[in-house]
Write a protein that binds this ligand. Structure first.
Ligand SMILES: Cc1cc2nc3c(=O)[nH]c(=O)nc-3n(C[C@H](O)[C@H](O)[C@H](O)COP(=O)(O)O)c2cc1C
Length: 276
């Protein structure tokens, strides 16, 4: 990026405390009348603007006017946070009730704030909320999964038996055990040449969606089979989806209203940690 003097300092308000310089990745140094650009390594993370106790710094790439003051009374304590985090569950029984598109937008608007390597971001979402279309998607995923178990990428999967059972239930029960009869599937995409980074970023962003969903009365479930089928570039699936040529699918998340509500926080493997 060109060094275009994107840092503006209100020199009267700036106390030269150095917080902006200390948390910057290398762009800022402290000058005589406030922070200055040493080298343009700016990744537009917004730290410099967000940390200033006096609102003295503007970065035109992350403008001060777009940054929201933190309301301390809205921050949660550790006990509430632990219950909230542990309370997130994968939902596999969804109500048939459609999810309002406004709510989906609200969910995805939080996903934008998940961490990404070097603030790369770059994830777009393609939302499918047509039941019949979702059933067509499940049908092609079932075909792919059967092939993948026989001679494809799922052949040596440690969960092959479990996956085979999902498909046999799908074939025999008339239930959509693949997309769980969810009313909505969120498909994440990234630039084709950034598949690996995009997949990581998708997983972080979906984690935010999963955590935020219950606060809106919604539930979610990662669709591993959708993701594996799409990332294996299975043409019958790709040809159903209108994904732009220059983008690649990096994940899929099911969303809907949960039928059941959990009463307990489940246990997991014990914590394993070593110190040095
Ligand atoms: C990458 C990934 C893929 C997953 N794929 C599926 C899936 O295809 N079907 C499903 O029912 N659950 C799927 N899950 C949900 C996991 O089974 C679930 O996270 C795990 O059992 C722990 O339960 P919890 O999420 O309720 O804590 C997936 C989770 C992840 C992270």
């Amino acid at each position: 990026m060109m060094n275009d003097n994107f840092i503006q300092v209100n020199t009267e308000a700036c106390k030269r405390c150095g917080q902006c310089v200390n948390i910057c990745r290398g762009t800022l140094v402290m000058g005589n009348s406030g922070p200055e650009i040493a080298e343009d390594l700016c990744i537009e993370c917004g730290h410099c603007v967000a940390v200033c106790p006096n609102g003295a710094l503007n970065n035109t790439r992350t403008p001060l006017k777009n940054q929201v003051l933190i309301q301390r009374d809205l921050l949660i304590n550790s006990e509430i946070a632990a219950t909230f985090l542990r309370g997130r569950r994968s939902i596999r029984s969804f109500s048939s009730k459609a999810v309002e598109r406004e709510l989906i937008k609200k969910l995805l608007d939080i996903a934008r704030f998940a961490p990404t390597a070097c603030n790369s971001q770059g994830i777009s979402y393609h939302v499918i909320d047509n039941k019949e279309f979702l059933h067509r998607i499940s049908s092609v995923i079932a075909d792919w999964t059967e092939e993948a178990i026989k001679s494809g990428p799922l052949k040596n999967s440690p969960w092959v038996h479990n996956t085979a059972n999902t498909i046999s239930q799908y074939r025999n029960s008339g239930k959509d055990t693949i997309l769980r009869d969810a009313p909505c599937l969120i498909i994440a995409t990234a630039k084709t040449e950034q598949f690996s980074l995009g997949r990581d970023n998708t997983h972080f962003s979906f984690s935010y969606v999963q955590l935020y969903a219950p606060t809106l009365g919604l539930g979610s479930c990662w669709s591993g089979l959708f993701e594996y089928c799409a990332t294996d570039k299975y043409q019958p699936l790709l040809s159903l989806l209108e994904i732009p040529q220059n983008r690649v699918i990096t994940g899929g998340l099911l969303i809907g209203y949960p039928v059941y509500h959990f009463q307990r926080l489940v246990d997991r493997e014990p914590l394993q940690v070593t110190w040095q």
